[in-house]
Design a protein around this ligand. Structure first.
Ligand SMILES: Nc1ncnc2c1ncn2[C@@H]1O[C@H](COP(=O)(O)OP(=O)(O)O)[C@@H](O)[C@H]1O
Ligand SMILES: [Mg+2]
Length: 248
């Protein structure tokens, strides 16, 4: 992270209630280009609510977010608009279509057509190889086979690749390795380090505090609906973090 850089995303005092429950109370954070920011907190602390507001799935009752200094108004606060502003979410359950190829998964929703009619498979395969090379993901499998034949780590890498392949600069990873074994987790962690190198700003939600310590540059603790503490990764111990998560 470049400490001179301006935040690419700002969350300013967002609150959200469901019926009588205040799930989020004046949540605030800044996200800078090229950093991995972890959001940690106990179950029910408000992490998902915060992420859904950032992604535009939920509109805040109070407060707002800004992207590249542009305040997102209430009317504009939607998934479509926020995606257009460059925010992409990779959800925990692999958001891939198992019986389709990796290139089709990478191009979901934006399949290129030659002459407006034929699907340009060659172009899709070339782009997929490019993205996999950029993320340093090695694949022996044919790109003509269903993605389900790839390992879970490779599949998740494609899902992350899809998020960054189209110039998106802000990526939210919601428990990206929750469904993966140790080797596959390692592979996805390498991919996260690669996207940091290309100056993507990443928000990581993870229950795995060891992982958070391996990957994050900064950590924000959510406690009882409030963004209660913020640490630089190098200035906090796991014990201090656990204390902040449990007692605020
Ligand atoms: N759609 C909803 N309707 C009612 N209550 C909700 C809803 N979403 C979240 N909550 C409540 O808001 C609080 C925060 O939830 P959540 O943001 O999912 O926490 P976390 O992701 O940290 O586990 C919890 O008490 C949860 O029960
Ligand atoms: Mg959650």
């Amino acid at each position: 992270m470049n400490s001179n850089s301006k935040p690419i995303l700002e969350v300013n005092g967002v609150s959200k209630s469901f019926g009588g429950v205040e799930a989020l109370r004046e949540g605030s954070l800044n996200l800078f280009p090229g950093e991995v920011l972890a959001i940690v907190g106990a179950n029910g602390a408000g992490k998902s609510t915060l992420i859904k507001i950032i992604a535009g799935v939920l509109t805040p009752d109070r407060g707002h977010i800004s992207i590249r200094g542009t305040k997102i108004t209430r009317q504009d606060h939607s998934v479509g608009f926020i995606r257009q502003m460059g925010v992409e979410v990779v959800y925990q359950d692999l958001a891939i279509v198992p019986n389709m190829t990796a290139p089709y998964n990478l191009f979901l929703g934006r399949i290129p057509k030659k002459f407006g009619i034929f699907v340009d498979v060659k172009q899709m395969q070339a782009k997929t190889r490019e993205v996999l090379a950029e993320l340093k993901v090695e694949t022996v499998q044919s790109l003509k086979r269903p993605i389900s034949e790839m390992s879970g780590g490779q599949q998740q890498s494609i899902a992350i690749g899809r998020a960054i392949a189209w110039g998106k600069e802000i990526v939210i990873l919601d428990e990206p390795t929750a469904a993966l074994g140790p080797n596959e987790t390692q592979q996805v962690e390498r991919v996260i380090n690669e996207i940091r190198k290309r100056n993507t700003a990443t928000i990581l939600i993870s229950h795995n505090l060891d992982q958070v310590f391996r990957l994050a540059d900064r950590l924000v603790v959510v406690h009882q609906g409030h963004t209660s503490k913020e640490f630089l990764r190098n200035e906090v111990t796991i014990d201090e973090l656990v204390k902040a998560i449990t007692t605020g």
